[in-house]
Design a protein around this ligand. Structure first.
Ligand code: ADP
Length: 737
């Protein structure tokens, strides 16, 4: 058993650390643990295996506590060497490899060198696995060259040579033998000198150079005897006997074998003793292995739990960070929300205030428009009325340009007021189309006639062309329709001179009762430039207004457009400057003979009456009183005029009237209140409100006060008598719409 190889390495360790003092066991320093490993190695060299193992185990425990890979590797090395000595080869290999795994984690090449060499020994000489053993030796050589450990390299190479020779591979072992031969003298190593001579003897024996071999063996024997190297001498005698046998010197061979046997016996006896000790130790060894394994397991468990707690800590940190992040986000969101909420509340409040203000403004606007139009209509009533009276009473003034211009101006103002009022009503969605029966051709011809004055003044000719397919009677809002046609045709007439204005109506399609009629108002006048064609439908837009006598408010087309929207229609135009303009739109009127008959029956009025009515006029405005009185008297009726509600009530106590014309806006007692009181007295005489207010505006209040109808000032005299007739002889005396 060539144990020499291992022990040599252990002694190195001992030499290297023999100066390290032992520290307090409770708090072992690194040095103290190192000292323990050295003690363990020493005990091993003294074959005190039990003590060596106990010390190595203690060193291992502390080394593990300190997490010191180098010391752990050293401890395992000693433990493994103990097992090798005790012929527990499996355990030895197990612990050597464990040691190597820890050594590999360190930068300590000495311990790596030692462990690789020791494992190489076990593989080559115990496990009979030369190639594996040589691999470990080669690794050991790499480390020894790295740290410049020439003695370590020398011993490993000697082991390699021996291992090859042992297996009969002399050629492979030769280079290593050469190396140790060269370096033996340099190192002058007493402990290996016997083995070196023996190896040379073996080599030359194999080469059959017996004399050389003989001299090496003899030298080995002398040196072995000098140093009392019994185990070396054993191999030397055996190999020398081998040489002598080959030489044929059987006698000498026999003598050497006797010597070999005697040494072997001594060694075997000591081996037996060791084995006996091992037998005694076996139980403890197993127990010892368990303890070492327990330490390992503990450290593994510690590692795992450390790992786990690390993971837990990391997870906790991650979770904590996430929670913190979420909290921060939540906090920010909350703050953001609060801020936004506050802003929204403020914005809402502002919006609410703005809405209220807008509503108030819109209300004020309509109030303003209605008040203004009322205020304007009243004096206009006077102006228009008096102008008419003047023309009636003084025929000689009929040609007066001043009077004509007065009449024109008054009418213009009246148109403007009416237009403004109407657009205001459309914009407030206060207009609902009515269903009246009418004859389209009659309506258009009526318009043609009423506009003949403008036609004449511009030297124009109006042509009407009605599609014969259009039914005689249609149902629809004829007043609004007429208003559209009047606006269109009067525009065509105004912007054409010496020309033609064509009014065309064509039936384009029928859907159930709805008859879709396309209207074209065509002229060959000044035309409208392309860039102006959109603009003209806006309010108060007048393009290139040059003539001072030009009539128009700039509201006509925007009223037309809005009225057509009520009819679910749109207007389009084709025009070229200097060539003329054509406006086109389509309106669906119903054609329903049964309904038409009903409507006709409803409005039949006997207007043939030539009765003389007695009319009470209640009005605080002196001019209006005068005009109304004149209109009544001109129609051969009688009238009494009072200027207040109180006076009206008083006169009604004594006198009877056929009709009462009641102004609404009067000081002290207005027209509604006066009518109420008249009705309270049980007087049923029809009351017509004659007012500058808009009809829709007051109709509800008028009805509840007991007023029968409303006429808006200024009015055409014919309308007044039509209404009187209707009230006195018609069916719907209290219908105000
Ligand atoms: P106005 O009351 O001034 O006629 P409108 O709204 O009816 O207002 O018309 C707006 C403008 O459109 C007019 O001033 C005129 O310039 C132009 N316009 C309307 N109809 C015609 C037409 N048939 N030929 C030429 N220009 C027209």
């Amino acid at each position: 058993m060539p144990h020499i190889r291992i022990l040599l390495f252990l002694f190195f360790s001992l030499k290297m650390f023999s100066n390290v003092p032992i520290a307090n066991a409770d708090t072992p320093s690194r040095k103290a643990i190192l000292k323990l490993t050295v003690v363990a190695t020493t005990k091993l060299a003294e074959s005190k295996f039990e003590q060596s193992l106990a010390t190595a185990r203690l060193a291992l425990r502390y080394a593990i506590d300190r997490n010191d890979d180098e010391l752990i590797a050293k401890s395992y090395n000693t433990i493994a060497a103990n097992f090798e000595e005790l012929s527990e080869i499996d355990k030895a290999v197990f612990y050597y490899k464990k040691g190597l795994s820890y050594a590999d984690k360190t930068n300590n090449d000495t311990i790596k060198n030692s462990l690789n060499n020791n494992i190489g020994n076990v593989y080559c000489f115990e496990l009979n696995n030369l190639s594996e053993g040589i691999n470990y030796y080669q690794k050991a050589l790499e480390y020894s060259s790295k740290i410049n450990d020439s003695k370590g390299a020398y011993i490993t190479k000697m082991n390699i040579a021996w291992a090859y020779f042992y297996k009969g591979s002399f050629n492979k072992g030769k280079p290593y033998l050469d190396f140790i031969n060269t370096h033996q003298s340099e190192l002058d190593d007493k402990e290996t000198i016997v083995a070196v001579n023996m190896l040379n003897g073996m080599f030359f024996t194999n080469k059959l150079e017996f004399d050389k071999a003989d001299s090496f063996f003899k030298k080995a024997i002398i040196l072995g005897k000098e140093g009392n190297e019994q185990s070396d001498l054993l191999y030397v005698y055996e190999e020398y006997a081998n040489l002598l046998m080959k030489k044929g010197d059987y006698k000498m061979a026999y003598e050497n074998l006797v010597l070999y046997n005697s040494i072997k016996k001594v060694l075997e006896d000591s081996n037996k003793l060791k084995k006996a000790n091992v037998v005694g130790l076996n139980l403890e060894l197993d127990e010892y292995k368990r303890k070492v394994d327990t330490i390992e397991n503990e450290i593994n468990l510690q590692d795992i739990s450390l790992q786990k707690s690390r993971i837990i800590v990391i997870l906790f940190i991650i979770a904590f960070s996430v929670v913190l992040l979420l909290l921060y986000n939540f906090y920010r969101n909350n703050r953001f929300k609060k801020k936004k909420n506050a802003e929204l509340i403020i914005a809402n409040e502002k919006l609410f205030i703005a809405k209220e203000r807008a509503e108030e403004a819109s209300h004020l606007k309509s109030q303003f428009v209605s008040t203004i139009s009322h205020e304007l209509r009243t004096p206009l009533y006077g102006v228009v009325g008096i102008t008419n009276l003047l023309l009636d009473e003084h025929k000689e003034l009929a040609d007066s340009p001043h009077l004509a211009s007065l009449k024109f101006s008054a009418r213009y103002l009246l148109c403007l007021v009416n237009d403004v009022l109407q657009i205001n009503k459309i914009e407030e969605n206060r207009i609902v189309l009515e269903s009246l029966t009418f004859n389209l051709a009659d309506e258009i011809n009526l318009i043609k006639n009423s506009l003949s004055f403008i036609a004449k003044s511009h030297k124009n000719h109006i042509n009407v062309s009605i599609d014969p397919a259009i039914p005689e009677y249609l149902i629809g809002d004829k007043l609004r329709f007429s208003q559209i046609i009047i606006n269109m045709v009067s525009n065509a007439l105004k912007f054409t001179n010496n020309g033609e204005v064509n009014i065309k109506a064509d039936l384009v399609r029928i859907e159930n009762k709805a008859h879709f009629i396309e209207f074209n108002i065509e002229d060959n006048g000044v035309g409208i430039a392309e860039e102006d064609q959109e603009k003209i439908f806006e309010k108060f837009v007048q393009i290139g207004r040059k003539e001072i006598d030009y009539q128009g408010t700039g509201l006509g087309l925007s009223i037309v457009k809005r009225l057509l929207e009520l009819f679910d229609s749109t207007i389009s135009l084709k025009s070229k400057t200097g060539e003329g303009t054509t406006f086109t739109f389509t309106i669906a009127f119903d054609h329903d003979p049964i309904k038409t008959m009903e409507l006709i029956n409803k409005i039949q009025v006997d207007l043939s009456s030539s009765e003389i009515f007695k009319v009470l006029v209640v009005d605080d405005n002196k001019i209006n009183q005068l005009i109304t009185k004149k209109i009544i008297e001109k129609n051969n009726c009688k009238s009494r005029v009072v200027d207040s509600g109180m006076a009206a009530l008083a006169i009604l106590e004594t006198e009877k009237f056929d009709i009462i014309l009641m102004d609404i806006n009067m000081p002290l007692m207005n027209g509604f209140e006066t009518t109420k009181r008249i009705r309270q007295k049980g007087i049923v005489t029809p009351v017509i409100a004659v007012t500058a207010f808009d009809k829709e505006e007051i109709s509800e209040e008028a009805l509840s006060a007991g007023i029968n109808d409303i006429i808006i000032k200024p009015f055409e005299p014919v309308l007044l008598f039509k209404t009187i007739n209707q009230l006195l002889y018609g069916e719907n005396k209290t219908e105000l719409v």
